[in-house]
Design a protein around this ligand. Structure first.
Ligand code: ADP
Ligand code: MG
Length: 452
């Protein structure tokens, strides 16, 4: 789902990185390859899924910037939506100096738009009525158009706009790329749409966005730590977030797990920003299998493919419960949520019995966990150099697999920040990687290095 998979220019990729677009969204991943190839596309994905960039990156990539003529027209149902699209396109267009994007919407001065049009533009974003008015007055020339986009296509092709759209199309070359993007498509609209499209590629990501499948287990326990260890031993989850209600408990529980040879880190409000980041990086890259967290500390945490969430303490509300367990079972994998409650919490647990997926287990029936240990797959090395030193993941990977002689599969996630880089190394190879990086060079430069 990386943008670098696409045939984009380095300048475009650098800008996407600067915008913090690290990964393609599902619809971008599904639609961009076809959009970039110049194919007609009919795409369906829910609101907020990044549809603008899914067509915008394609439009910008296919633009011939030296030719100062309107090459793409993007129609939206309202001025506000056109404004949002234009803003997003301008951000995406920052990789090049002189791409001109013009808005033509109703409610704005027609005369002013005439002035702007006389200076030409590469891309027009507008509403149908106003665009048609310019076409009829011959102030807008679409004879060089390559790409025709209908955003919110469902609304654009229903009765309100269809006549204006058809009139606009009379001014547009038949040889063109047509892109339709929408959150939904009415059956009637689908029929109309197919008349506009030529051998379209149909992409739809809404079906993938089904709710997570989560197994919800509940155990009454008078020794929560013992029960927890037994569950970990039985289920062998790869990575787990355990929630406690206070930061003191979070710290203590992580400590007690470590004493039982179960590797864990705690995240709570007492950590400095940099410490917090160290912990999150280690959990996300597999350098610790367990994160013990309070609700506040775990906010904004986005770990893909979390195998298990444990409510070591019962949350104060069921809403918090739903929020906590929603972190497991992402990306199609089945998730597991385990909730422990004490004899004093019998009343509080009552509402959870109504949950469709709830299973109440018997803690005493869990098998013994003798000799069970949990060790991380990776170890994190920190390199005292980052983006400011022009260090890239490829440089680090190259140094480790080249002269250091590590196998590619021994190197995990690489996170690069402004002044530091974090590299996950398979535990057995960590010593070797550390020695090499300490004595050798990356990109002909020496960097300080330590292990977290
Ligand atoms: P839609 O049109 O599908 O409702 P938008 O195109 O308005 O969604 O995008 C929603 C938000 O997601 C915007 O703020 C946009 O900047 C952001 N966004 C789009 N693509 C990415 C990405 N690959 N990574 C991070 N953020 C993204
Ligand atoms: Mg949109």
């Amino acid at each position: 789902m990386n943008f670098s998979k696409l045939p984009l220019t380095q300048a475009m990729l650098t800008n996407l990185d600067a915008l913090d677009y690290k990964q393609m969204t599902a619809i971008q991943n599904a639609a961009l390859p076809a959009v970039l190839k110049g194919k007609d596309v009919m795409a369906e994905a829910k609101t907020g899924s990044g549809k603008t960039a899914a067509f915008g990156i394609g439009v910008l990539h296919n633009l011939y910037v030296k030719k100062f003529r309107v090459q793409a027209l993007i129609l939206c149902p309202t001025r506000e939506l056109a404004d949002q699209v234009a803003k997003e396109l301008r951000r995406l267009a920052r990789f090049a100096h002189n791409i001109k994007i013009l808005m033509l919407t109703g409610g704005e001065s027609f005369g002013k738009q005439l002035g702007s049009l006389s200076h030409q533009a590469h891309i027009v974003v507008g509403t149908p009525g106003r665009v048609l008015k310019h076409l009829n007055k011959e102030s807008l020339d679409l004879s060089n158009l390559n790409t025709f986009v209908l955003d919110e296509a469902d609304r654009m092709l229903d009765m309100g706009f269809i006549e204006e759209i058809e009139s606009i199309l009379a001014f547009v070359p038949k040889e063109r790329q047509t892109l339709l993007f929408s959150a939904t498509y009415d059956e009637d609209v689908k029929k109309v749409a197919h008349k506009l499209l030529r051998e379209p590629v149909l992409v739809k990501t809404t079906a993938e966005e089904v709710p997570n499948e989560i197994e919800e287990l509940f155990y009454a326990s008078n020794d929560k730590l013992e029960t927890l260890v037994k569950i970990l031993a039985q289920k062998e989850p790869k990575n787990v977030i355990i929630f406690t209600n206070t930061k003191i408990e979070a710290k203590e529980l992580a400590q007690r797990l470590i004493e039982r040879k179960i590797d864990a880190l705690a995240i709570h409000g007492d950590l400095e920003q940099y410490e917090r980041n160290d912990v999150l990086v280690q959990f996300a890259n597999g350098s610790t299998p367990i994160l013990v967290a309070t609700d506040v500390a775990a906010r904004g945490l986005d770990i893909k493919e979390l195998s298990m969430v444990v409510n070591y303490d019962l949350p104060h509300t069921e809403e918090t419960y739903t929020h906590r367990i929603g972190r497991t079972g992402r990306a199609g994998a089945k998730g597991m949520a385990v909730t422990l409650y004490s004899a004093y919490e019998m009343e509080k647990i009552e509402p959870y019995k109504a949950r469709e997926k709830a299973i109440f287990g018997d803690a005493d029936a869990l098998p013994e966990s003798k000799g069970f240990e949990m060790k991380p797959e990776f170890v994190t090395l920190v390199i005292e150099g980052g983006k400011k030193d022009k260090l890239r993941a490829g440089d680090i990977l190259g140094a480790l697999t080249g002269e250091a002689g590590l196998m590619g599969k021994s190197i995990g996630k690489i996170d690069i920040y402004d002044k530091q880089a974090y590299v996950a190394i398979a535990r057995q190879e960590a010593e070797k990687a550390y020695k090499y990086l300490k004595n050798g060079k990356i990109k002909n430069k020496k960097f300080s290095i330590w292990q977290l």
